[in-house]
Design a protein around this ligand. Structure first.
Ligand SMILES: Nc1nc2c(c(=O)[nH]1)N[C@H]1C(S)=C(S)[C@@H](COP(=O)(O)O)O[C@H]1N2
Ligand SMILES: [Mo]
Length: 326
């Protein structure tokens, strides 16, 4: 781990003694249950601490952190610093506190890592991560990541189109969806000991979404390996959908004829749908999705339809009501 990376300082007025914090969290959870709502976005109102991106970048270069090839996305917006991307993470298998994930994930074993492709395919296969990397030659893909909680980052992933792997598995004509499953290893993922969540984390895509060139499996980030807190061994990245679709630490990829149930739509179906396309016109039941805060910036920005990838993906949904299919 890079030891010069700094976790942003929280003003002491905001620091809550841990026992008080935990009790409050327990209370919120129980209250959420009673109301039939839930809080993926416990942190919406808690503005992330501003990060000094330029300063961090200089520190990172000195610390020998990996370097990305590009420093912008295709819209001209700068990539987030390595420390932002690796120290502000949603990863409930480790913690619901974004700034604690990195520390807890430091003990997570990502080697060896295997992924199994199975179900409605002619050629099921279990792959070692190294074999996937040699076969599919991951490349840098700079994508915006827009969390449903209304913050965003620009991340230089290293990955390859999922379509390549799926084509080699030869899906049968009955395969209509792809289901993804995260590793279940409570000994190393302390959050998985919380029985309230329906572990393991699962996600799904419709076949045409899974086959779209923008949909990647990421095996690296910032020109280097994929840090455990960002989903290493291997994770999905679907840049036009809310971040929760981009499932981390995948061990199973199943082709199926049924729309997969997903962790967040199981917990709160009225808040987190199967499609979860970024859409500034369809608000979350508890907050607006019209704008977002880019980590490292102060002013909010307008959220873009399909997170700015409408030209590439809008046609996938041309005959769907995006309000109903949220
Ligand atoms: N297995 C798993 N995958 C997950 C999550 C999670 O809690 N568990 N959180 C999701 C959410 S809500 C977001 S915003 C992104 C965050 O990815 P990042 O930490 O690499 O920025 O991961 C997604 N993938
Ligand atoms: Mo998210």
């Amino acid at each position: 781990m890079a030891n010069s990376v700094q976790i942003p300082k929280i003003p002491s007025s905001e620091i809550t003694p841990k026992n008080v914090y935990l009790n409050r969290r327990e209370f919120l959870r129980t209250a959420g249950l009673a109301l039939g709502t839930f809080t993926l976005a416990a942190c919406v109102s808690r503005t992330p601490a501003p990060l000094k991106s330029e300063e961090n970048k200089t520190q990172e270069a000195k610390a020998g952190n990996p370097q990305a090839k590009s420093n912008k996305d295709e819209l001209g917006d700068p990539i987030n610093s390595y420390s932002d991307i690796t120290h502000f993470n949603n990863y409930y298998e480790f913690s619901t506190d974004k700034q604690q994930v990195a520390e807890l994930a430091a003990y997570f074993t990502t080697k060896p890592w295997d992924v199994e492709v199975y179900g409605m395919v002619a050629k099921p296969k279990k792959y070692a991560l190294g074999d996937l990397i040699s076969a599919y030659k991951p490349e840098e893909r700079v994508y915006r990541l827009r969390c449903v909680e209304a913050w965003s980052m620009v991340i230089p992933w290293v990955g390859f189109s999922l379509s390549k792997l799926l084509k080699d598995a030869e899906p049968t004509s009955s395969a209509k969806y792809v289901r993804f499953e995260t590793l279940n290893r409570p000994d190393e993922m302390p959050g998985q000991k919380d029985p309230w969540y329906p572990w393991p984390y699962q996600e799904g895509l419709r076949m045409d979404e899974a086959m779209h060139d923008l949909t990647i499996l990421a095996t690296g980030m910032y020109g280097g390996e994929l840090p455990a807190q960002n989903g290493g061994g291997i994770r999905l990245v679907v840049p036009w959908k809310y971040g929760f679709k981009s499932i981390k630490a995948i061990i199973k990829i199943e082709l199926t004829d049924q729309q997969p149930s997903t962790m967040w739509s199981t917990i709160a179906p009225n808040e987190y749908g199967f499609y979860a396309n970024v859409n500034p016109q369809v608000d979350h039941p508890r907050w607006s999705q019209a704008s977002e805060r880019r980590i490292g910036e102060f002013a909010r920005r307008d959220t873009l339809m399909f997170n700015g990838y409408a030209d590439q993906v809008a046609s996938l949904y041309s005959n769907m009501d995006l309000r109903k299919n949220y």
